[in-house]
Design a protein around this ligand. Structure first.
Ligand code: GDP
Ligand code: FE
Ligand code: FE
Length: 194
């Protein structure tokens, strides 16, 4: 993968930039999601360049300070409700504005997959699903249920989306954390595939 049609400097320049702004653990995770996205793209007939780049970039803003997200929400006049959330929700939904500013990425399909990689959506493209699932199953992930998620990802993208969303919501509820409404919409749209 070269990514030169999408970002100037291509993959090499991007890796250098990402290594500067991310912890090594997060950087390694991004490489893992890139690889898993390409594998799922191959299996499900999705464009591998788009999947690889979306996977690589998905957590680009994961270590951005909160104030920068709040500034982006203001500057792009995004839904002001977003201010009540946190990095978990912002690094996807708001992160894409920073990615556009920093990298000049304009491909709307790639940006959309990055935008919803945490919360999903009731209407996901195959590219969106590939990145959403790859983030959950990349080879560095190790948590109860990851093997099951990997098995499902191999069988059916929709079942994998359903399983991941249900598990995430259960986890949030067990921890007493708020569930972003779009995450519930994703659950409702895919639960029948479980
Ligand atoms: P990561 O960025 O690779 O760690 O993975 P994600 O972007 O998928 O998720 C980031 C964090 O957000 C995880 O801890 C999820 O459990 C959490 N998360 C996912 N959905 C929601 C949600 O609807 N609400 C909240 N508060 N957190 C969520
Ligand atoms: Fe993320
Ligand atoms: Fe991630």
């Amino acid at each position: 993968m070269i990514y030169e049609r999408y970002i100037s400097g291509g993959r090499v320049a991007l890796l250098e930039k990402m290594a500067e702004q991310l912890s090594s653990k997060r950087f390694t995770h991004c490489l893992g999601v890139e690889k898993a996205s390409i594998e799922l793209a191959e299996r499900y007939g999705v464009d591998k360049e788009q999947a690889g780049l979306a996977g690589l970039l998905h957590d680009y803003t994961k270590e951005l300070p909160d104030q920068e997200f709040l500034d982006l929400i203001e500057r792009y006049q995004l839904d002001s409700q977003l201010k009540q959330w946190n990095n978990n929700v912002w690094h996807g939904l708001v992160g894409i504005y920073k990615i556009q500013e920093d990298l000049g990425l304009t491909d709307t399909a790639i940006l959309r997959a990055i935008e919803i990689h945490t919360v999903g959506s009731a209407d996901m493209s195959d590219l969106d699903k590939v990145v959403y699932v790859a983030d959950y199953i990349e080879c560095g992930r190790d948590f109860p249920g990851v093997e099951k998620a990997r098995e499902l990802a191999y069988q059916s993208l929709n079942r994998a989306v359903a399983y991941e969303t249900a598990s995430t919501i259960s986890h949030l509820i067990r921890q007493g954390l708020a569930v972003y409404p779009q995450t519930l919409a994703t659950y409702n749209a895919y639960v029948n595939y479980l």
